[in-house]
Design a protein around this ligand. Structure first.
Ligand code: PRX
Length: 647
């Protein structure tokens, strides 16, 4: 390992056989990917099996938010993730290792097993009327049937919409209705950490009471807990699987046919149904997984994310399986049964590549090194992070304690919208700087813009992060609302994709993500819109008005700070406080519960009645010296009360 001015050049065990072995090689391929963009992406697409090759590589018009890749091509995602590996003689290789919440529970599926399970479940879906293009909602904890269900959808061309298992029944209902899903797949109850009975089916029942499009609920028996099954509507997974054949021909899908919808938060209250399509997404997920994690045959690869978020879609399921990886799926949490669980699992399954979120690292580093060092981690060669900015303390701990200074850390920047990683180090060559996602991936052209949309050339630079040109993994639309897609990402700056993030570029051209510049929070790596949380708080009958901002939180990265004005004549008390929190849990889910609620007689507003969030953000961040100009406020005295009663 070489360290120079806080730049780390770690020794990487697989450097000799790495897919990209030097910065020279990186620069050469990067140049090629920009100069001959279409030639580059044509070549990269060859990593997949196509029933029919494309007619055109790329047709992109950002002025209409029109994006197409590999138009005219035909392929099937499940075939690419399963069948072709079996045809190449690898059917007995382990595809998926499932590690249960309790340390004595695990299960392995070979590629042969996966083919049979996926084909059977595809036939179950077909038997219940699911056809190409139909939407299927999946609301589960991290059990193998979740991956099987999503691959089964892709086999028959159904579009999955996975809703993270911690969302409430109301949130589930809204997502089902937004895309008119035909079937809901869930489980009886779920286990996660000390929670042994998460009422998944009950939530599903509540949601489905108001979702006219749902015809069936298919229920996996995970715990054996008693659940009500409605005759005709509800079906047990295991019973249905017994009735069907284990062969199902994969549907030939157009490259631009929808693959999945995944809801994410934006700056308005209504979540966005991010839609990805088949060909470009898979090329991009597959290729980034190959290069960024330098996946080599035989490697055991573990991404600790939940499949309910995009990281799980791209880097537990589609990227790894398309590359014939052995991928781990973990049902539990990092602190159960103790804070050493991640490392115990690494030891147990001899994990080579480990990918997690900074929030988990921050929580674990507080508990001391023993939880790490008591487990053998000699199998690990590469570490990764995703989801939020990683700061120096947790980076250094990850590097020194977990990786014993022998493992490069790939700090990967990307978004639900981007489908895969856009800015990242490559393990065998990129000099690492704690906190920087470093350089763009092949084919990606990040730019830093001024608020007026001027590109800032030269280094260093700081401003708004946008991407010039397209890449195959880019989202194609917001389901049912193409105008919103255009307005959110392409209206502000002509001919750029605007990310919603701020960034700096340093003297060496390395990118440092500074965080969201819109009203989106990143709480423990979960993306939440302030407007969504405000809407939920506002639904409490005692609340007149609420404004939500983020504040720096030691573990979560950002915490949720809510300023709440109650109805005239209502006195704040603990019941109301608890009631507001409960409202948020009911309408969104426990992950959106505010950390701090401050009752205020009034919120700071301009004379035209607009809440001045800038001031609330500063109060939330405890930057009271930089509240800025408050003279334009309708009632400047409001601020004094907010400062005095700050939580
Ligand atoms: O602000 C950036 C942050 O997470 C946002 C995207 O959130 P989501 O769509 O939920 O996807 C998370 C997993 C890809 C981004 O706009 N973010 C993600 N990765 C990083 C990051 N911020 C800093 N560094 C990262 N590596």
């Amino acid at each position: 390992m070489v360290i120079l001015n806080n730049v780390f050049q770690p020794s990487y065990r697989d450097a000799d056989k790495a897919h990209i072995g030097s910065m020279d090689q990186y620069h050469k391929l990067y140049e090629q990917s920009i100069q001959d963009n279409e030639g580059f992406w044509a070549e990269q697409a060859e990593r997949l099996h196509w029933y029919k090759k494309w007619d055109t590589i790329k047709e992109v018009d950002y002025t209409k938010a029109a994006i197409k890749w590999y138009e005219g091509g035909q392929l099937n995602v499940s075939y690419n993730c399963i069948d072709r590996h079996i045809e190449a003689g690898h059917g007995d290789q382990t595809a998926l290792i499932w590690e249960g919440n309790n340390p004595d529970e695990d299960r392995s599926l070979t590629y042969n097993d996966l083919l049979s399970e996926v084909s059977k479940f595809a036939n179950v879906l077909k038997a219940h009327g699911v056809r190409k293009g139909d939407r299927v909602c999946i609301y589960m904890q991290m059990i193998p049937e979740l991956a099987i269900a999503m691959l089964a959808c892709t086999r028959i061309g159904a579009v999955h919409s996975i809703v993270f298992g911690a969302f409430s029944s109301d949130a589930l209902r809204d997502r089902i209705n937004d895309s008119s899903c035909k079937v809901l797949i869930t489980q009886d109850t779920g286990v996660r950490g000390t929670k042994q009975d998460i009422p998944m089916k009950v939530h599903g029942d509540h949601a489905v009471a108001k979702t006219p499009s749902i015809e069936h609920i298919i229920v996996v028996k995970r715990t054996g807990a008693d659940v009500e099954m409605q005759n005709g509507r509800d079906l047990w997974w295991h019973e249905e699987m017994e009735k069907v054949d284990s062969n199902c021909d994969p549907e030939h899908m157009g490259a631009e046919d929808p693959l999945f919808i995944l809801y994410t938060s934006g700056s308005t209250g209504q979540p966005k149904g991010v839609m990805h399509t088949t060909g470009g997404y898979l090329v991009y997920a597959s290729m980034t997984h190959h290069y960024v994690f330098d996946y080599q045959p035989g490697d055991i690869y573990w991404c600790t994310a939940d499949i309910g978020w995009v990281t799980g879609h791209s880097y537990i399921v589609y990227g790894p399986l398309s590359n014939r990886a052995t991928t781990i799926m973990f049902e539990g949490v990092p602190n159960y049964p103790d804070f050493g669980r991640f490392w115990q699992v690494c030891e147990k399954h001899k994990v080579n590549i480990f990918y997690t979120a900074p929030t988990a690292l921050r929580a674990l580093m507080r508990e001391g090194d023993d939880f790490v060092t008591k487990h053998d981690r000699s199998s690990i060669k590469l570490l990764g992070t995703v989801g939020e900015p990683i700061k120096e303390p947790e980076w250094t701990w990850y590097y020194n304690v977990v990786g014993e200074q022998n493992c490069p850390i790939v700090d990967t920047w990307w978004q639900t919208e981007t489908g895969g990683i856009l800015i990242t180090p490559l393990p065998a060559c990129t000099p690492l700087k704690p906190g920087s996602a470093t350089y763009p991936f092949f084919g990606i052209q990040p730019v830093i813009l001024t608020p007026e949309g001027e590109e800032i050339d030269g280094n260093p630079a700081e401003g708004l992060l946008a991407i010039k040109d397209s890449w195959p993994g880019q989202m194609r639309t917001i389901y049912g609302d193409h105008k919103r897609f255009f307005d959110t990402y392409f209206a502000m700056f002509r001919n750029y994709y605007f990310t919603g993030d701020g960034a700096k570029r340093d003297e060496d051209g390395c990118y440092w993500i500074t965080g969201r510049v819109d009203d989106v929070l990143n709480v423990s790596g979960h993306r939440l819109g302030t407007a969504e949380v405000e809407g939920a708080i506002g639904a409490h009958e005692a609340v007149a008005e609420a404004a939500v901002v983020g504040f720096p939180h030691d573990i979560k990265g950002q915490g949720i700070y809510a300023f709440v004005t109650l109805m005239a004549g209502v006195e704040a008390n603990d019941d109301i406080l608890g009631g507001i929190k409960q409202k948020v849990r009911d309408l969104i889910g426990p992950h959106a519960t505010p950390d701090k609620i401050q009752f205020a007689p009034a919120l700071p507003k301009t004379r035209s009645g607009k809440i001045m969030r800038r001031i609330l953000r500063k109060i939330g961040e405890n930057e009271l010296d930089s509240l800025g100009d408050t003279s334009t406020l309708a009632e400047p005295a409001v601020v004094d009360d907010l400062v005095k009663n700050r939580k």
